[in-house]
Design a protein around this ligand. Structure first.
Ligand SMILES: [Zn+2]
Length: 245
């Protein structure tokens, strides 16, 4: 038969875990949305680069079409130039071929610029190819892992809630009500506090040496003089665990 103090310690551990699990479950929607948003941002940045590439391709095609059109006009202007009947016709055709040649040359410069930009974009897409190809799978994996974890948390909460009820039922009514009052009092839900390095781990008040001895004996319920929480001396291993965390 476990001592009442051991039951209280156990109850506190279970309750602390229940609080943690509830908090995890309550924040699940937000955390899931965070994961989705992170991937959405990622996907957006990829779509942005792909969009840039598509735009550059379209621009280039458009420029080539304009060059082709202008070349047709240039051929006609060249013919006009050859068949000019007088000075005026000659000058008009001359101006026209000159303007068209300049226009074609300007379009060609723009094509070179587009191609340079396109090269950079293609390079970036190539560098990120692995990331682009795996983003959907990674998103699925992250969400699946999240859902699995959530399911484990829910199951653990169910188990711990049952466990809590069982332990709670075996406590004397008076002690159970003291525990409940203390647990519901503070925001941390701590009713049973470990004594670490001679102090109450909940309020950090130093314990008188005599009290430390009493707590260490563990044969009666000792409460903190400052915060009135029930005190216990953790075993050596769990104490180093508690201070390490
Ligand atoms: Zn205290």
């Amino acid at each position: 038969m476990r001592s009442e103090l051991e039951k209280l310690i156990d109850l506190q551990k279970t309750d602390t875990n229940i609080r943690r699990l509830k908090q995890q479950i309550e924040t699940a929607e937000t955390r899931r949305a965070d994961i989705e948003q992170e991937f959405e941002q990622h996907a957006f940045s990829i779509r942005e680069i792909q969009g840039k590439r598509d735009k550059l391709h379209a621009d280039r095609a458009d420029l080539e079409k304009q060059i082709a059109e202008n070349k047709t006009y240039l051929e006609r202007a060249d013919r006009n130039l050859k068949h000019a009947q007088n000075q005026k016709e000659y000058e008009t055709a001359m101006r026209e071929t000159d303007a068209l040649q300049k226009q074609i040359s300007a379009f060609e410069t723009q094509i070179v610029e587009k191609m340079t930009a396109l090269e950079e974009v293609e390079k970036e897409l190539e560098e990120r190819a692995e990331e682009i190809n795996s983003i959907d799978a990674k998103r699925e994996a992250a969400l699946t892992e999240f859902e699995n974890e959530l399911a484990i948390n829910k199951k653990e909460l169910e188990d711990d809630t049952k466990k809590r009820e069982l332990v709670f039922e075996t406590l004397p009514a008076q002690l159970a009500s003291v525990y409940n009052r203390l647990a519901q009092r503070g925001r941390d839900g701590i009713a049973v506090a470990a004594v670490i390095n001679g102090s109450c781990s909940a309020c950090f008040m130093s314990l008188r040496p005599q009290m430390q001895v009493e707590v260490k004996k563990g044969d009666q319920i000792i409460t903190c003089e400052s915060c009135t929480r029930i005190l216990y001396m953790p075993s050596k291993e769990s104490q180093s665990e508690a201070t390490a965390s």
